[in-house]
Design a protein around this ligand. Structure first.
Ligand code: GN1
Ligand code: MG
Length: 370
């Protein structure tokens, strides 16, 4: 089905005047649609939910319905009570003309339309400490918003997501494939990354062990709070919304904390090819933590705090492992524009992990003062 026919199945007023690719997501296909009528313009986001990644796209939409329903109610109540220093926002599902949350095309692909948060932007890399602090505040406030959701109301969007031991197991399985062996033997850099993983197999289990021992408990988490999923208000420079809600589900908030920091504290970005530029920036980390704690510090137990450093070290390792496994497996998960891209993305994450390790004492010092 043509994209313009598809998007017109949704209930947006006006005439479609533009429809173009939008954003830099690694998973879903995203488009911006602009509608105009005689006196105003409406911009919405059209997305195809990636079926190769999410085994049940319909479930993703049921979850999104639940998450946005819960959060919009809470946002409205807080706003009436004049509780906040700003307007916190969250995209809304735009229904089809028939009143459904999504459209399924002739190939069984699930498409949705959500509102665009206007006069706000997400950046691919941190712009400085103030931006980092606002990212922290936005994630902290999001954790507050979803903290009292019923975890039973959400189906598992992506079985195995952020279970590092599972990623290790699928990496080991991939290594047995002849194609993977060939790729590994063909490159000194790939061999170096494989060694990097071997030296850190224990690290992979740090949060899983703490959870199994009952020290850490699952709460609701975002799942993908990287810097370009955090919207910043163009007018005030303040954080205003978390986007990309596909993976909101029960999980450890440590995974969000570590994932946000691995993304925000790497100003070179995930696609950098010069490893010398990839460092974990502690000033950005300090600013992020300040913003996060202001909004969510009240929820943090002593046990939670004890595992923050581990989470900052684990998440770049985990993502590097996921990129590297995908490279060896023929680039079937993350979108790529050239065959070595996932190899390079893995190099960046592992360098970041090393950079965290080299700063262990000083990062722990920052965390202690929170
Ligand atoms: C993917 O969809 P996107 O680009 O926001 C991935 C995240 C990774 C991220 C790295 C469902 O996120 O886990 O951290 O790429 N999402 C999924 O850029 O696998
Ligand atoms: Mg995503």
């Amino acid at each position: 089905m043509e994209l313009s026919i598809l998007v017109n199945k949704f209930n947006v007023k006006g005439r479609l005047v533009a429809l173009q690719p939008f954003g830099n997501g690694n998973i879903n296909d995203t488009f911006l649609a602009i509608y105009r009528n005689t006196f105003t313009e409406t911009q919405v986001i059209l997305q195809r939910v990636n079926r190769n990644v999410f085994p049940k796209p319909e479930l993703i939409m049921e979850n999104m319905h639940e998450v946005t329903r819960h959060c919009h109610e809470k946002l409205e109540a807080d706003s009436k009570a004049g509780r906040d220093d700003r307007v916190w926002q969250m995209p809304r599902i735009v229904k089809t003309k028939e009143g459904a949350d999504y459209v399924t095309d002739e190939n069984g692909e699930v498409w949705r339309v959500i509102t665009r948060i206007m006069s706000a932007h997400a950046f691919d890399v941190a712009q400085g400490p103030e931006h980092a602090m606002e990212c922290g505040a936005a994630l902290g406030h999001f954790h507050y918003l979803i903290s009292d959701m019923n975890p039973e109301s959400i189906g598992d969007p992506l079985p195995g997501f952020h279970i590092t031991s599972g990623y290790l197991a699928s990496y080991d399985k991939t290594l047995e494939k002849p194609e993977a062996k060939e790729l590994l033997n063909a490159s000194v850099e790939a061999k170096r990354l494989a060694k990097f993983i071997e030296e850190r197999r224990d690290l992979a289990l740090c949060l899983e062990k703490a959870e199994a021992a009952g020290e850490l408990k699952k709460r609701m988490f975002h799942g993908d709070p990287k810097v370009n999923n955090i919207m910043i208000d163009d007018v005030t420079g303040k954080g205003t919304a978390m986007i990309d809600l596909d993976t909101v589900s029960p999980g450890l908030i440590h995974l969000d904390f570590g994932d946000a920091l691995r993304s925000i504290c790497n100003p070179a970005g995930e696609e950098e090819t010069n490893l010398a530029k990839v460092v974990f920036d502690e000033d950005l980390a300090t600013a992020f933590c300040k913003g996060y704690m202001r909004e969510a510090g009240a929820f943090m137990t002593d046990a939670d705090r004890a595992y923050l450093y581990d989470s900052i070290r684990l998440l770049p390792f985990e993502l590097g492992l996921r990129f590297f496994q995908d490279y060896l497996n023929g680039n079937v998960y993350f979108k790529t524009s050239q065959p070595e891209q996932n190899l390079n993305r893995a190099r960046v994450q592992f360098r970041l992990c090393e950079s965290v390790e080299a700063r262990e004492r000083s990062i722990k010092g920052v965390l202690q003062k929170l």
